[in-house]
Design a protein around this ligand. Structure first.
Ligand code: NAI
Length: 720
């Protein structure tokens, strides 16, 4: 055995087999693509080529994962298009060298291969993966606003055909081992690391002259072949579907589609060049930077609870093993389920047996849909951890009580008085109120220091965000214990100070009420929906209205005005009242809202709206509507920061994007202000405030930032 090592790769050569194994083991916790990787790979390939009697190469990993992709700092910091282009071309060239080296090369995927890591595997002649359900494969680049730049758009398309490749690349879809095998993202699965190595050796021995399909003479694309009428139709349909889905707000999938389509009409090497150009343009542009900042850096910081108190720091135990949930409605049932899924014993209390029955049925549904990794026994055990009850006494000894009864201060006070004494010694109380301030809620509590807001989002099992609200008397110990619970149930926290609607509900209400106001002023409802989506909002506001119900918002607005002393858009509220009170249009569940529903399916805007709204706006148009919908939210976010509700800027971004579907392409409301320019935004807000009223008035923070020309976040794109 001939062995050596460089900074990134361990090299060994088995003379008997003639096989070189290049084991990536980079200095950090994972293999990722950066300069160390590039130098290590080049050196390793040169070393392997120089082995006399070389018959094949295995690329392997000494870390848990095979390779997790490009180092994000490189992408985020890149500003110089030319320089990045050179770097990308160098990686492409190294990958090209792998597949044209003259001997079979196998990727031994003993862990996840993602992004540039999966592209490395694509440059090998065969991909053999471990059948570990934790291992993931795919090209998730577009989810961070970039595209695969190391040949992924060219190789996957030539390998699987346009449609399948588009399905993976344009959605940034990542799949687990079994599905990866089914979709031919990997060729073979083996039970363990040794199995993967044995299979790699066997494959090399039986395929001594392996080449890539696209390097063989007479290579033809999986049908339809580029240039044919069928291929053109497919691309057209693909463009249409993409536009329908993204409303043109997200550049990365558009560029990826272009790279695939244009590159596939060219030779392989020219295709790589096209890909590199699209990649570089995207990566140096503003959208990718804004997305990476929030969806990667801020999200990771939030997931790690950076800067937040922890039970370890405070030297306390989480001390939560039994959780009581009060109210088995839409929220309570699902909260009980995720707590049980995370291993807690849960008592679910309601005052109505039918609510408990419905909640347990819902939990069964969730178990069969979302706990597939468990066997039958595991699923039964999960459900058995939830104990539905009508009796308060069953809550006795709970370490954490989560209240999710109706949104009514008096009822919440009553429930607190009744059940708080049942908490175990030192137990904590959490309210899942969606807007009521925590400090007044805690007035009914004997232990306001152990009272916290724990705002879940619907559907609880899908939404990753948890908004923790610290009341005036909530202690750090309580927050730390709530955070430990949050970690256990695998949610991403933002921690905000108290105030009506805290953070997310405040910004969310601004979105909805501005849309209602626009409708009331006579702007075209379909245009409002499209404007929101083309700005990147995940769901149009009128659709959201129907989902959360018009009734709920109708009840919430007077609450909001009572607690904040501020008037919300008034014509919009009058419209809402008319819709609910006179026309019984309560929302989707009732089959009637801003939209019409047929068999539960959303069809079109309610035609009757034209009779209810008679006004005609002086000016309208998509730009005006986008500005109003976005700025109404941004000014609210800035106010929350100015008033100290938001303590960390990252929470403003993470909360908006992950809690309420704020345009992910923008990075969040503060990034949006940065991108439009603080002075432009303040000017627009002042004009809107003159026309529309105080809800648009820029808070002192924005005024002083505009004066000094400041930003919320450092500029890292070409323009900055
Ligand atoms: P829901 O109407 O579906 O359920 C409320 C449940 O509480 C009902 O089953 C009711 O029988 C029960 N209940 C009433 N009085 C009770 C008592 N004294 N003891 C025990 N149970 C009692 O309401 P939903 O939507 O689950 O909301 C619950 C809370 O969560 C509210 O404060 C709401 O604002 C908040 N929230 C709701 C969200 C949503 O999307 N629906 C999102 C986040 C928070």
């Amino acid at each position: 055995m001939d062995e050596t090592k460089n900074g990134a790769v361990k090299l060994s050569f088995d003379q008997d087999l003639g096989i070189a194994t290049l084991t990536f083991q980079m200095s950090g916790k994972a293999n990722m693509i950066n300069d160390e990787f590039g130098a290590g790979l080049a050196e390793a390939l040169a070393w392997a080529k120089a082995r006399p009697g070389l018959k094949g190469i295995i690329l392997a990993s000494g870390h848990k994962d095979f390779c997790v992709g490009t180092e994000i700092d490189i992408l985020y910091q890149a500003r110089d298009v030319e320089e990045l282009y050179r770097r990308v071309r160098a990686v492409q060239a190294a990958y090209r060298e792998i597949e044209t080296i003259g001997v079979p090369v196998v990727a031994a995927l003993t862990g996840s291969a993602l992004g540039g890591g999966y592209e490395l595997a694509l440059a090998c002649h065969r991909r053999i993966a471990i059948a570990d359900p934790r291992a993931q494969f795919g090209l998730p680049e577009v989810t961070l606003g970039v595209l695969p730049g190391a040949g992924g758009t060219q190789r996957l398309t030539r390998m699987l055909g346009f449609q399948v490749a588009a399905d993976f690349i344009l959605q940034g879809k990542v799949v687990r081992a079994a599905e990866a095998k089914e979709a031919w993202l990997v060729d073979e699965l083996c039970g363990d690391r040794e199995g993967v190595r044995d299979a790699a050796i066997a494959w090399i021995r039986s395929n001594p002259r392996a080449t890539q399909p696209w390097d063989r003479k007479g290579f033809t694309f999986p049908p339809p072949a580029p240039g044919t009428a069928d291929a053109r139709d497919m691309v057209l349909v693909g463009c249409g579907l993409l536009y329908q889905k993204t409303a043109g707000a997200f550049l990365a999938p558009q560029y990826a589609l272009s790279a695939m389509q244009e590159g596939c009409g060219l030779t392989f090497d020219r295709g790589l060049e096209v890909e590199a150009r699209y990649f570089t343009k995207l990566a140096c542009g503003g959208q990718a930077k804004d997305m990476i900042r929030t969806l990667w850096y801020h999200r990771t910081a939030a997931e790690k609870h950076e800067g937040l108190p922890s039970i370890e720091q405070l030297g306390i135990e989480q001390g939560i093993s039994t959780v009581g949930v009060l109210g088995a409605g839409m929220m309570g049932g699902a909260i009980a389920w995720i707590a049980a899924k995370s291993g807690y014993q849960v008592v679910l209390k309601d005052i109505r047996q039918d609510a408990l029955d419905a909640a347990m049925k819902h939990c069964e549904g969730l178990t069969s849909k979302r706990a597939r990794h468990l066997d039958e026994v595991g699923r039964r055990e999960l459900l058995a951890r939830i104990k539905p009850t009508l009796a308060n006494e069953e809550l006795k000894g709970s370490d954490l009580l989560i209240e999710a009864v109706f949104e009514d201060m008096d009822l919440k006070h009553r429930v607190t008085r009744e059940t708080e004494p049942l908490l175990a010694a030192g137990g904590i109380w959490a309210s899942n109120t969606s807007a009521l301030p925590i400090t007044p809620l805690a007035r009914a509590s004997q232990h306001p220091d152990r009272f916290i807001g724990m705002h879940f989002f619907s559907p609880v099992e899908q939404m990753v965000l948890l908004e923790l609200i610290v009341g005036r008397q909530t202690s750090d110990r309580t927050l730390a214990r709530a955070l430990a619970f949050c970690r256990q149930i695998k949610k991403t926290p933002i921690v905000v100070n108290d105030g009506y609607g805290f953070y997310t509900t405040r910004v969310f209400s601004a979105y909805l009420m501005e849309a209602a106001q626009l409708v009331a002023e006579g702007h075209n409802p379909a245009l409002i929906e499209w404007a929101a989506r083309s700005a990147g909002m995940v769901i149009g506001p009128l659709q959201v209205f129907d989902e959360v119900t018009l009734t709920l918002v109708r009840k919430a607005v007077p609450h909001g005005e009572k607690y904040t002393g501020r008037r919300l858009a008034s014509e919009g509220f009058e419209l809402l009242k008319t819709m609910v009170d006179d026309h019984k249009r309560y929302g989707r569940a009732a089959g009637a809202g801003f939209y019409e529903y047929v068999d539960g399916k959303r069809r079109h805007i309610w035609p009757g709206l034209g009779q209810v709204v008679r006004a005609t706006p002086e000016r309208s148009g998509i730009d005006l509507i986008i500005s109003r919908l976005m700025l109404a939210q941004c000014v609210e976010a800035a106010r929350a920061l100015d008033e100290g509700v938001i303590q960390r800027k990252r929470d403003a971004e993470v909360g908006a994007v992950f809690g309420i579907g704020f345009a992910p392409n923008t990075g969040g409301p503060l990034s949006y202000i940065d991108r439009r320019g603080i002075r432009t935004v303040v000017r627009e807000l002042e004009a809107l405030a003159r026309e529309q009223g105080d809800r648009y008035a820029p808070p002192p923070l924005l005024l002083s930032m505009a004066e000094k020309g400041e930003r919320f976040f450092e500029a890292v794109d070409q323009a900055g």
